[in-house]
Design a protein. Structure first.
Length: 222
């Protein structure tokens, strides 16, 4: 595991009406690391992730990515900065094709500025092969596939954005043991590729199986 700090969150504070959601929380993520973020419901896990990805504006504290201070104001800006999130409930469009989901908003274009479907489908196949889905028909609607495959498609989309930090928010809750192992294989591949992964989960045995370090939050504190 690399020791290079990829992401650093320092003294993060966040208050909601009547609730101190985060109190001087520090969090670091290294390159080539799978880092578990744990805690009971209401401990502050989701709030910390939402501060990082620009859903919430922190009251105070600093965030650094690759040694450069960042201040994401939206998930889209976070994605541009190299931070992508895959949620338990996959937030993709099930009524369009797998390939369209991977490249939505970034479709390859022909010289006439129309969508280059051939190139898009081929690139989608290459990305899905990389995450272990060689047999997926990328021209079929995403909704025809299982939740496990939809999550892999979401990860392929994040990889296509050249993410440095991948946040997996309770990704195994709806998966069976075989699907979990496939996800872990992809996580280990991303780790070997130098990505930093934040794994939000409440399954302790899965943490021991795949993670390098654990950060625990309780009542908004580290």
């Amino acid at each position: 595991m690399a020791n290079d700090v990829l992401l650093s969150m320092k003294n993060i504070n966040m208050t909601f009406p009547g609730v101190k959601a985060l109190q001087n929380v520090d969090f670091t993520l290294r390159s080539g690391e799978i880092h578990a973020l744990m805690g009971e419901n209401g401990a502050g896990k989701s709030t910390l992730i939402k501060v990082l990805t620009g859903v919430h504006t922190r009251e105070s504290g600093e965030i650094y990515l690759d040694g450069k201070m960042i201040n994401n104001r939206s998930p889209e800006e976070a994605q541009v900065n190299g931070i992508s999130t895959v949620f338990q409930e996959v937030n993709l469009c099930t009524n369009i094709s797998v390939a369209e989901n991977i490249f939505a908003g970034h479709e390859p274009r022909t010289k006439l500025f129309t969508v280059d479907w051939k190139q898009m489908n081929q690139k989608a196949r290459e990305l899905l092969s990389w995450v272990g889905l060689e047999d997926i028909d990328v021209t079929r609607s995403l909704g025809e596939y299982s939740v496990a495959i939809q999550q892999m498609v979401a990860i392929a989309r994040a990889v296509n954005f050249n993410c440095k930090v991948l946040i997996l928010d309770e990704p195994t809750s709806s998966l069976d043991d075989k699907e979990v192992e496939k996800l872990f294989a992809v996580m280990r591949q991303l780790k070997a590729d130098g990505k930093g992964i934040i794994f939000v989960t409440h399954f302790l045995e899965q943490v021991y199986a795949v993670c390098d370090r654990i950060t625990v939050l309780r009542n908004g504190e580290l």
